[in-house]
Write a protein of this length. Structure first.
Length: 126
């Protein structure tokens, strides 16, 4: 019973749940990028090159038994994913810097202590 309770506490920690959500969203994001590369980039940008070598699909590019077309598609997908993640992280860093740039107002105690200090300076200098 104790091991089951310990496992439940471990599984319900925020980090584990966040990681699970990230993996699920990452899988969905990978499917979106795969569709983008296969259904948009390949037909629009690579069609002339594929027609020139007599292939209808990038996956048909082979050299003997080596399917280098699939490898090229994977490289294109990786570059697109890396670029999108770069843009996301850059945007998040910009937001974080804006939040950090605004200094917080001093605490009320600090203001009161400064007023007392200034009053004591004025009393001793007079």
């Amino acid at each position: 019973m104790g091991m089951l309770r310990e496992f439940r506490e471990f599984a319900m920690k925020g980090n584990i749940v966040d990681l699970a959500v990230a993996v699920i969203i990452g899988g969905a994001f990978g499917a979106i990028i795969s569709s983008f590369v296969d259904d948009v980039i390949t037909p629009l940008l690579l069609t002339p090159a594929l027609n020139a070598i007599g292939a209808k699909d990038i996956g048909q590019l082979t050299w003997g038994t080596v399917k280098y077309g699939n490898f090229l598609a994977a490289i294109i997908k990786f570059i697109v994913i890396a670029f999108v993640l770069f843009l996301l992280i850059k945007g998040m860093n910009t937001l974080i810097k804006k939040k950090e740039a605004a200094p917080a107002a001093p605490a009320e105690e600090i203001i009161l202590l400064r007023e007392i200090r200034d009053a004591l300076k004025n009393r001793t200098s007079s």
